[in-house]
Design a protein around this ligand. Sequence first.
Ligand SMILES: Cc1cc2nc3c(=O)[nH]c(=O)nc-3n(C[C@H](O)[C@H](O)[C@H](O)COP(=O)(O)O)c2cc1C
Length: 416
Amino acid sequence: MSIMKNKKIILGVCGGIAAYKSVGLLRLLMKQDAQVQVVMTQASTEFINPLTFQALSGRAVRTTLFDPDAEAAMGHIELARWADMIIIAPATANTIAKITHGFADNLLTTLCLASQARLLIAPAMNEKMWRNEAVQNNINSLSTRDNVFICGPEEGEQACGDIGAGRMTEPDDLLTYCMMQLSCEKNSASLSGQKVLITAGPTIEDIDPVRYLSNRSSGKMGYAIAQAAQEQGADVLLVSGVVALKVPKGIKVITVRSAKQMYDAVFQHIADIDIFIATAAVADYRPIDIIASKIKKTADKMTIECVKNPDILAAVGALEDKPIMIGFAAETHDIKKYALDKLDRKNLDMIVANEVGEQKGFEVDTNELHLFWRAFTHHHVNEEQKKYYKKLAYASKTQLAQQLINEITRTLVNDE
Ligand SMILES: Cc1cc2nc3c(=O)[nH]c(=O)nc-3n(C[C@H](O)[C@H](O)[C@H](O)COP(=O)(O)O)c2cc1C
């Protein structure tokens, strides 16, 4: 039985070109036997006729706050209580701003204020609008709220001819996202009894007492995953590089500096571990010698000779009794190719790939993840491949961490 069966969904539609896509989303929700009440903003009725949604949902579409007939039946507060989830797709810059600042000047924004249901927002707009500081500030503020989830937007060609981020996430990805959100609730404490070791952050390789080689990893993804695993009942050990983050309560942490120290800390504990999640950005090389005193600026050129660091993932992967292993790959291009190569080479069960770019990857609070399971490489039929690949659409790292832990639990621990 679908997790969506009989779930009560408010589908909010705003005035953007992508309004036509929410017809597709409505159809998918209806196919899953969800109960859907469509709420349209006035602007959205310029793009698509409410009759279309009415015919597909089997319910009269709500478009106004001041509707005596509707208030006499299911009033706006009742409707807000009724919903298990509110999905706004497409969400315009205008509605996003209103929700961020608590406006309640139409039915949709009023419902968002009055409801305690999860709110899933799928932004869609011109890429310059999306990159506008005001919109980004609103999105960042919304994504810190507990019950708000931002899904998308996607990159690509836009209706106006521009290319960039701003396309609404496709309906089938939105449906997957809703289902994951609802199953997160269902699976709470599903990792209880599991010992999880997570590496996070950068490593630092000293050159002399004042200089070092390192990278831009902030540790945010690893820390969010540690917290998500703990919320699911896991016993979490975090082996962390030097980062500026607070350790979530109840998580044991070993702080290390260099790749060699990280390797040693992992191997001190790995024998007891059920699941190993390697998010740390470990330096591939370190200087052969650490110079004892500060190198002086005398020569015009200098060379730092380096030696390869031990490969933590490969070494854990080579263990006879290895834990379930999840690796990360951060790439600037060809992410699928490099990720699949790493999945095989390091004998991982799953690889999580992300593209480093604007508002994605290092340092920022948001990301987009591509998950590949081991079986992906052995299947060549498209339908089969879908089972072994999943994209977690652009969202805050906290939300992505919860979804990732959910996927690990579902596919690698419970083996669904
Ligand atoms: C042809 C056209 C297309 C538009 N597309 C978008 C869009 O994709 N995203 C967006 O945020 N605003 C878009 N707008 C602007 C919104 O329609 C406008 O901000 C409106 O006030 C949104 O109202 P709502 O948020 O209540 O739906 C578009 C406007 C026009 C005229």
